[in-house]
Design a protein around this ligand. Sequence first.
Ligand code: PLP
Length: 437
Amino acid sequence: MTTTSKHAATLAIHAGFRKDSATNAVAVPIYQSTAFDLESTDRASDLFALKEFGNIYSRIHNPTSTVLEERMAALEGGVAALAVASGQAATAMALQNIAHAGDNIVSSTDLYGGSWNLLANTFRTMGIEVRFVDPADPENFRRATDERTRAYYAETLPNPKLQVFPIGEVARIGEAMGVPLIVDNTAAPLICRPFDHGAHVVVYSATKYLGGHGTSIGGLIIDGGRFDWEKHGDRFPMLTRPDPSYHGAIWTEAVRPLGPVAYIIKARTTLQRDLGCPMSPFNAFQFIQGLETLALRMREHCRNAERVSEWLAGRPEVTRVIHPSRFTGEQKRRAETYLSGGMGGLVGFELAGGRQAGRRFIDALQLFYHVANIGDVRSLAIHPASTTHSQLSPEEQRATGVTEGYVRLSVGIEHIADILGDLDQALAVVGQPALAA
Ligand code: PLP
């Protein structure tokens, strides 16, 4: 028995593992083994026929990754999960599992650049059309849906805008239209549980807050188990009709004794088998270490970020501060509806001095690292206009929420006095707007 707790702080430490059955080890061992003994030929046949679930080969299952998968499914309130090599792989596989050439996906425009490229360019070359819609009006998702729509896709807390996605509103449209909502919850673990609001699948870049220490790349797909694939069987033949790649298995029927896990079992037994992008057992171990302190870290990230945004709002060099704690109107309502226990660790702000000021500010930072990453215990900063978004035209930059003087902070868990001290000395270098111009 692992734990019966419903509390995230306990699940993050105990779900999915009590002790190692072979050695009584309390920490989850790294099972660095490619293959696992199949014992008898009868058992081998049962494993391959999915009559029994067990370890065969680490591309498909690995016992260290299994603990991470079970822990994340428990934390999110889902039924099962699949650990993959990166957040990018999680998004790609989550969508490819149900969308093929000729199909389409309706996605929020507010996306991380890597996901944007995957959907707008790579998926297009694969024959999957992605229709981008503004989540300001959830009805845009309904309007873009047709009979070939296979999924809605969005990020809970997309940067740089940090405007919380209307998960419940779009999930309800999806329920009515027969389209599942897949949510990237990378920036909001624990503070948002997308399944509680009606999302159907959750993906993560584990690389960020879940790992938390900036050591490993990984991703997760979590199945909420609540989407009725059979009710919408015509839309999802890949789950409800015989699959020639697995001796004609009909996934919704084949896995019925195991519960509502058709989506995730198909992802594992076909896509993971064929595309081959599993998480390494060593990285799974690192993410398990990260999860153990996730509740503590998220609390501190959120607290520090709120203090930073308050402090920045009082500075003359800063014209705008972007953090969900500062929103008003509909954006405030969404933040309060979907986030609890904190409003996230990411903060954006605009410097009056524009591009020059943004660059000088970044170069002056001493405690903050200048890296293209988020979710690390260390405070991180970047000037998107000259880095992550530099390939976009000024109009495109503005559409994504990036202006010339925009700076993104991923606020870490150092002492708040040191964080503010570093921002203070960097702003002093930038100087007043008149000097910087
Ligand atoms: N999703 C979000 C919101 C991200 O910020 C990132 C990476 O920055 C990814 C997905 C991709 O994750 P990875 O770098 O682990 O592939």
